[in-house]
Design a protein around this ligand. Structure first.
Ligand code: SF4
Length: 394
């Protein structure tokens, strides 16, 4: 009996940057891991030129082009999708990413793009279902049976089948078990000349900052320290050019127990000699446990981080004025606690960054002056070790 070669769907994944900066998109690695064995996957670098996108699409001939949209790259993402589609007219285009949660952007894409679907929220298993259902069927030629399956799985309307309009699909949620069993293949990311690699180790956040779209919802789900160590080893193996690991989770430091265990394992596996690390953290997550106003920087933890080659912590401070922080829905802490923590981090030999949001509806000139005062003072006294970025120029 002669066996026929069954063609696997080819998937081209793109997460274009909004500017010249390169970054390696961990979200695309999760999508690729979810469809492992079911499809052939290619991930393009975030700074690929339009010509490269077109050429890659022409030679790879993808059945599905997955495009991630994040804030600021909307035009680039649609531009990349169009370039790829020009070279491969039969390909389905599927949009995902944090931007899709903004209804106006989602609607705009549904109305004006030639896409087959947008996926809201986490997309890993929804994307997998889509790949399984669409397979190698060309765009615009889905059968009623495929359409029905899509409808049954994701509750989308029969009209929205990529025949008439793109479908708007609700995303899924990776549970903790899945986060620890999905094996990410960092070899899918091209080697480049950037020294840093972005790593995602958890999703979700129980806090309620009003400016945050919270693409991963309220429930925190995290990879275990052992899984993270495996990923770091894989990066060390596949990407000799990477020297800095940036943990870019919604709330990386939410569990102190997990953080401490991870830091211990990094040292035990001598990964601190291979990489330096940066992370984002809320102010309370780096203070001692206690009542608001009575806490101090957790110096033991800061020391451990320093010993494990942490070089920078980005704090979600948002404002030096307590009332402004309350308006923004930040987890509670006093301004003194925040200032002590920024100073404590710098004294410990690490850089401290803080985001400042200025210009809310109730912001007074004095509030802006207060932020300017502390930003300038802390930056100067730490000899530049404490840095601030503002959403309006200070
Ligand atoms: S702590 Fe960070 S992720 Fe959580 S709601 Fe606030 S800004 Fe969003």
């Amino acid at each position: 009996m002669v066996r026929r070669n069954i063609e696997k769907p080819r998937i081209l994944l793109i997460s274009p940057s909004q500017d010249e900066r390169k970054f390696q998109p961990p979200g695309l690695l999760h999508l690729a891991a979810a469809i492992k064995g079911k499809a052939e996957v290619k991930i393009l670098p975030s700074d690929a030129s339009a010509m490269r996108v077109r050429n890659e699409a022409a030679s790879f001939k993808p059945h599905i082009i997955g495009v991630s949209m994040h804030f600021g790259n909307e035009a680039n993402a649609i531009g990349y999708a169009n370039e790829a589609k020009k070279a491969c007219m039969d390909a389905h285009v599927v949009f995902g990413g944090p931007c899709i949660l903004v209804p106006e952007i989602n609607e705009r894409i549904l109305r004006h793009s030639s896409g087959t679907a947008t996926i809201e929220g986490e997309a890993d298993y929804t994307f997998k279902e889509l790949v399984e259902i669409i397979g190698t069927t060309p765009a615009g030629k889905l059968t009623d049976e495929q359409a029905k399956k899509l409808e049954e799985k994701r509750g989308t309307s029969l009209l929205h089948l990529g025949k008439f309009h793109p479908a708007k699909l609700p995303g899924d949620r990776l549970e903790e078990k899945q986060m620890n069993t999905l094996k990410l293949n960092y070899g899918l990311l091209e080697r480049d000349n950037a020294e840093w690699m972005t790593v995602s180790t958890s999703r979700g956040c129980p806090n309620a900052c009003i400016f945050c779209t919270k693409p991963h919802g309220n429930k925190w789900r995290a990879k275990s320290p052992r899984t993270i160590i495996q990923e770091l080893k894989e990066i060390a193996l596949k990407h000799p050019e990477k020297k800095v690991v940036t943990f870019a989770d919604d709330t990386f430091a939410l569990s102190r127990k997990r953080l401490e265990e991870l830091v211990g394992l990094i040292r035990k596996n001598r990964l601190h000699q291979r990489f330096s690390f940066t992370m984002q953290a809320t102010i309370p997550s780096m203070l001692t446990v206690g009542k608001v106003g009575e806490r101090t920087p957790d110096l033991k933890l800061l020391k451990k981080l320093k010993e494990a080659n942490w070089t920078r912590i980005e704090f979600g401070l948002e404002n030096f004025v307590e009332k402004e922080r309350e308006n923004l829905g930040k987890p509670p802490h006093t301004t003194e606690e925040a200032i002590d923590l920024l100073r404590g981090t710098a004294r410990n030999g690490m850089d401290a960054g803080a985001f400042i949001i200025l210009g809310g509806d109730d912001t007074h000139t004095e509030d802006i002056m207060e932020n300017g005062y502390w930003a300038a003072k802390l930056h100067k006294e730490s000899e530049g070790r404490i840095q601030f970025s503002a959403n309006r120029t200070l």
